[in-house]
Design a protein around this ligand. Structure first.
Ligand code: HEC
Length: 219
């Protein structure tokens, strides 16, 4: 064993060979003995792991599709690579009209009726309504926050309460149902984008009260 003995006297130098030996023995004595056990994990490994965890969270949040199973249905409907022509071509990500119709049946039809003509004296029509085919921002505001008080629609006055949908429906839902209403014949107005809904939602984020027709610049 070469365990150095701290207080051992150095041998007297006799020639060059022992000189080398003495010098090396000194060097060995100065060095720390290697220890057994585990090394500490270097900081840059922790930093890399931290960055990866952060990035993964961001990625899932951004691209995870809120874990909605429909994201996979849509993927499954896409033609497989190399498939022959008999697979139906993907019809775009979402059919706004079909989605809008579904949302209307589920949330709006009870009041505005299946034919969109409303109920005389109680619920105004959405088909043939200048509020639906007019300024898209006004329509989006009505859907987000609701509407209260007197309003004239297609020449008839109503004085009721339209519920707010900002909690129940997403920006995409509201864009789809608005687009559906605007293209429900004989209505023929351009589609409403999700970005428009988001802009209106953000612009009136603090609002809790329903709009009045007068506030929206109508009668
Ligand atoms: C509880 C009944 C009720 C439901 C549900 C309802 N509305 Fe209304 N809606 C009304 C009433 C009442 C008014 C008129 C409010 C007023 O007179 O101030 C109105 C007004 C409107 C207007 C503006 C006037 C017009 O006819 O153009 C639009 C557009 C509209 N609703 C769309 C919708 C949509 C889209 C939904 C579903 C997401 C919906 N409503 C759900 C009762 C309802």
């Amino acid at each position: 064993m070469t365990t150095p003995t701290p207080n051992r006297a150095e041998p007297v130098l006799t020639d060059a060979e022992s000189d080398v030996e003495v010098i090396h023995r000194q060097i060995v004595r100065e060095l720390r003995d290697p220890e057994e056990g585990f090394e500490r994990v270097p900081w840059f490994v922790w930093a890399t792991v931290g960055v990866l965890v952060f990035w993964s969270g961001w990625y899932i949040g951004r691209r995870g599709g809120t874990f909605d199973t429909r994201t996979h249905v849509e993927y499954a409907q896409m033609a497989a690579p190399g498939a022959t022509g008999d697979a139906p071509a993907a019809a775009g990500p979402v059919d706004a009209i079909a989605e809008g119709k579904r949302i209307f049946s589920a949330n709006c039809q009870a009041c505005h009726q299946a034919d969109g003509k409303g109920v005389s004296g109680a619920f105004p029509p959405v088909v043939g309504s200048e509020w639906v085919t007019g300024d898209e921002k006004v329509l989006v505001r009505i859907l987000l926050h609701g509407l209260q008080g007197p309003i004239t629609v297609a020449g008839n006055t109503y004085d009721g309460m339209m519920p707010a949908w900002r909690e129940a429906l997403s920006d995409a839902d509201i864009a789809h149902v608005a687009t559906y209403l605007r293209q429900w014949a004989p209505n023929a107005a351009p589609a409403v984008s999700e970005a428009t809904v988001k802009a209106e939602r953000d612009a009136a984020a603090a609002r809790t009260a329903p709009w009045t027709a007068a506030e929206l610049g109508g009668k």
